[in-house]
Design a binder for this molecule. Sequence first.
Ligand code: SAH
Length: 269
Amino acid sequence: MSADHVKPGAVTLVGAGPGDPGLLTLNALRALQDADVILFDDLVSEGVLELARREARRMLVGKRGRQASCRQEDISALMIKLARAGKQVVRLKGGDPGIFGRAGEELAALRAAGIACRMVPGITAALAMAAAFGVSLTHRDHAQAVQFVTGHARDGRLPAHLNWRGLADPRTTTVFYMGAGTVQQIAANLRLHGLSADTPALWVANLSRPDERRWSGLLSALPGSIGDEELRCPLLIGIGRVFAEADCGAGTALCELQPPMPVAQALSA
Ligand code: SAH
């Protein structure tokens, strides 16, 4: 077949959510079932990969913290090559592709190469964490804003230009991604900028996976709560008053779906 007849390929950046396949969107599922090739990160769970079309080729291009990973340029070059060969490529990323997921760099490379691309959002880890702990990140009695922050710059250290005064605002909810390795400095900086030592804090490791672990306590105890084991798994840290009511117990309550009922009728029932 000449190049003119090759069906045009495309790349879809898909959010895989935090692990539990039940947290995938229907659009993500459709993209996985239409894929010829899936390039996935190591944060993507087996359960999600199992939902992909059986014939789809799966390639781990993962990167995690300090471990060896494919170079970003190589991942982009591979996607471009596959799309030019007419493949439907899914670039599958943990959580949401646009939250600390390098989607921006990949979309720019694809656009520059003239490749059709689109993005399917996913449930970012912070939102799944709030649901798992039974907490509203913006409970209006406690917080008027939410901040998602990285605790890990390109060189593995705490990013140099974080706005600590803003992060220490007691009326915001702050969630640190990739903050396990820098938690000592995070807690010290927040204290230095005025956040009270008795501000509620928590973390969850391996959220929505069989080996999930949770901790909750106060900011003062946060640094001591993270040990070597936690440094080896994906871990999310939440800080703020909304977490005072966090439910650290295992298992989340299921909400039974019922047909909608008019509010007035429900109130008088
Ligand atoms: N795009 C992803 C984030 C990628 S950065 C998202 O939207 O969720 C990787 C960091 O995300 C991890 O270091 C950790 O801080 C957090 N993370 C992702 N999945 C997680 C999980 N299942 N449990 C705990 N933390 C998770």
